[in-house]
Design a protein around this ligand. Structure first.
Ligand code: CA
Length: 224
């Protein structure tokens, strides 16, 4: 998933970005509220990690702007220990969750997983489709209970297609979620990853929707 990190503290931002990347996300990082506005207007993100104390435009003002613009993506705010009022105001202004600094990167990754799960309308932590089970927390995929080795990008594509089951995703949408800024998009990369996924998981799982992109059908509730 492609996330936006808004944090003006370089050291903290570095650590958060590294932690979220380790959890398999693509992370774009900006250091002030105005840069965050520009990024949010230009790109499609699955979630925002938002520090409240920011130069140029405060986190709370950014949050209000984002919700007024109709954006529904989950926002996790980062606040200082003594600022209960900020947390309350943040939640009331449209934040979905918060963490108090200093926090553990594992907890951040878990809260991000939980918010992404909820925003895709799932209560279960596992994504299942027929013989395939994907565990976002353990970063593990099994087919008929046997582990399947996937590269990080194959994993990300599979997760995105499973999250959007029943809806076709274009190659551009998949590329967007795989590559952050300053990363060269290899041509045909998505096609190559899909090819490998089909080899590893069966040719029928991912359908090509002509002129649109790729999709995994909604799974039959009676058969997993
Ligand atoms: Ca700050």
């Amino acid at each position: 998933m492609r996330l936006l990190l808004v944090e003006d503290d370089s050291l903290l931002g570095d650590g958060i970005r590294a932690g979220l990347r380790l959890a398999g996300h693509t992370v774009d990082w900006v250091k002030d509220g105005v840069a965050a506005q520009l990024a949010l207007a230009a790109e499609e993100y699955s979630l925002v990690v938002l520090d409240l104390g920011l130069p140029r435009l405060s986190g709370l003002d950014l949050l209000r702007w984002l919700r007024q613009s109709g954006a529904t993506l989950p926002v996790l705010i980062l606040t200082a220990r003594d600022s209960v009022a900020d947390r309350v105001e943040g939640l009331d202004s449209g934040a979905d969750d918060y963490l108090v600094k200093p926090f553990d990167l594992e907890e951040l990754a878990a809260r991000v997983r939980s918010l992404l799960r909820r925003s895709s309308g799932r209560a279960s932590p596992l994504l299942k489709h027929g013989e395939i089970t994907l565990d976002p927390a353990a970063h593990r995929v099994t087919r008929l209970d046997q582990p399947v080795e996937l590269s990080p990008r194959e994993f990300a594509i599979l997760q995105q297609l499973l999250e959007s089951a029943g809806r076709a995703l274009s190659r551009e949408q998949l590329e967007q979620s795989l590559y952050g800024w300053n990363e060269e998009v290899e041509s045909n990369a998505v096609e190559v990853h899909i090819h490998h996924l089909r080899k590893k998981l069966g040719a029928e799982l991912i359908r090509t929707v002509r002129g649109v992109g790729y999709m995994i059908d909604k799974s039959d509730p009676d058969h997993g």
